[in-house]
Design a protein around this ligand. Sequence first.
Ligand SMILES: [Zn+2]
Length: 333
Amino acid sequence: MKEVCETMTKVTEKNILNILGKEVLPGTSTTINFNIAKLYTSTKVEIPVIIERSKVPGPIILITAGIHGDEINGVEVVRQIIAKKINKPAKGSIICIPVLNVFGFLSMNRFFPDGRDLNRVFPGTKNGSLASRFAYQFINEILPVADFCLDFHTGGASRFNAPHIRVDPKNERLITLAKIFNAPFTLLSKNLDGSYRATCAKKGKDILLFEGGKSQNSSKDIAIKGVQGTMRILHHLEMLNDSFQLPLSNSKSLIIKKSFWVRAKYSGLLHIKIPIGKHVEKDEILATITDPYGKMRHVVKASNEGYVINVNESPIVYKGDAIFRVTKELVNG
Ligand SMILES: [Zn+2]
């Protein structure tokens, strides 16, 4: 973490933060509207960038959600961080952007209006599609000021994720930070091409990606894990305000090296029998798949022991659909 505390980008000698063409003074609260494009109706689309600065110099943390417009639970995590004033740092600065893909958020859609997944077009291009242009602006006008990033997501397409942090298996520093965040699980997974995470890695920015819950859904239990993890990171960086107590946890994040998907062997109605996050034994019953006519009932069993970190909550499945993600190899525990 030494690096995080020592890197102070885009802050002048007088501790003035330059972002989006504005100067933000130490000890101030500012919201800058990041203009991205207009709707068909000429209505401006602006993304509020909420900045809180301590008078005491320190790291700049960038907290984002809603890269996928339908991942509401991530937005809720950042909303709580702001509403509870956790984003007022004891030192340094905290920049919160609760909704990055405003277009998708308006219509509860993962994608940008151009049909692109924003999280596959980073670092973007100046003259590309709408999503690509947005990614370019974000990477060039906001990301450079950040020393450390937190990005909040949920599972997509009815798939409910147990709360976990995703980090590159080769990045020991990020694994250490994930342990400090202490989500119930930490998934070691490679960076995907075109993702925000991959661009951060290329630019030498530390990032923790949080996954929890599912799209178009809100879960209090998941949101609190995201908020508490953020508080632990801020405490580690000596940025958490004295008025907050550090959230304690009885357990350490289980670090997942390998996991596998349990797929449906039949098409039909899906009935889940276990809660998310459960440790299951080999051959334990996970679900049943039935036909609508009361003739077929297939039992889905665990082929290995492990923790169930993703559950497909769709009421119907096709043969071959992924139903559960189960851990196969843990680094600890
Ligand atoms: Zn996402």
